[in-house]
Design a protein around this ligand. Sequence first.
Ligand SMILES: C[S@@+](CC[C@H](N)C(=O)[O-])C[C@H]1O[C@@H](n2cnc3c(N)ncnc32)[C@H](O)[C@@H]1O
Length: 431
Amino acid sequence: MSNIGNYLMKIRQEQQISIRQLAKLTGISHSEINKIENGERENPSPLHIKSIAKVFGISQIECLKIAGYIDEDAQYPLPDFLSNFSPEELEQVQAYANFLRSSNKEEQKETQDTMKNNLKVASLFAGIGGICYGFKQAGAEVVWANEIDKDACKTYRHNFGNDYLIEGDIKEVNPEDIPDIDILNGGFPCQAFSVAGYRKGFDDERGNLFFEITRILEVKRPRAILLENVKNLEGHDHGNTFKVIKEQLELLGYHVHHKVLNTMEYGNVPQHRERIYIVGFLSKQAYDKFIYPDKIPLTKTIHDIVDVTDRKPLGLYYTNSKYYPELKETMINKNTVYQWRRVYCRENKSNVCPTLTANMGTGGHNVPLIIDDYDIRKLTPEECVGFQGFPPEFSFPDDISNASKYKQAGNSVSVPVIKRIAEAMVKALAD
Ligand SMILES: C[S@@+](CC[C@H](N)C(=O)[O-])C[C@H]1O[C@@H](n2cnc3c(N)ncnc32)[C@H](O)[C@@H]1O
């Protein structure tokens, strides 16, 4: 048996942190911490160890070694130790082992080298720049973007400057006016493809926007593309919609991968958000080299994004709502985000934020709710972009409404997932 419990207890006491405080900071229950410390929990979850180490500011890897999770030389979990895990836990530990492997020095260097690239990117349906942030973080340069929504353009310019965003309908853009690019991306409007969007597919005008992408691809011929959409795209209209999309891209010479990734599994951001990511390359070699990122452990909790001790403006609280008694009765867990769905309030069982949607700010459906130290309230728009993994330097401009901000956050993408896909694309494109 390892002495990790003892070790962590000693550090907690040295740092004068109470179990109660530690529970609050990590989202791990009081009783679980007790069990870890007194050795009753023989095999504490590596994710718990990682969260505790993070709070203490000590080496997570060292803690995992002490716990017996990692073989010092080989740097992977010991096989006999793995036999103590449930299949679900096993998946998490294996993901952590992959994560450790990828954080070995040589691979880190390789990633850094490939990150120093000069790849030029254009962004269609750019929104507030979630995809642009991901590519920038992967070392690429965004040189052109287009977006029709006036307020989204304001937010985009507020964060990325005035240089290259074209405000207006993509249908009116002449592809010849777009500079030469290596990668074209587009989180094209998804309403027409989602079940929630009434399953209209290509009959819906918005569905036709996909063909705006192919119109630009025909002329610009970027080396790679990344398209993002709702998970249901693949199943829409019995697979016909997706079949058409794939065929069209292949007709243009692109070799196409696709995969559904959940933000909470691939982005270390506590939001359940399943999206399809279509990645295509002109070169078959790059296509063969491309590998989607691996799952990584979710170490962040809602408390990394929401400060429950911070009192927010009165308008966000439900104290005087006619639904208050019902909410009060249903909402009992301080470590999760609930979703208000007209007649009932859904608890998100996995202690993560449910999928944020464009209509979450308008009342009725999908409003994300939490319990803070004062009462029940709606998430702020800033917290919503936090649940999309936006970087801390991002902010909304002052002169747009809250309704616009919620819509922008819900329409956006999870930046860390894009960053990881973009890094994999950069690697695949490297000679
Ligand atoms: C799902 S959002 C994409 C979010 C974005 N990819 C990001 O990284 O945050 C779709 C965007 O397409 C924009 N859009 C819809 N129709 C458009 C059109 N005809 N021309 C240009 N942009 C359009 C919407 O305003 C919306 O911001």
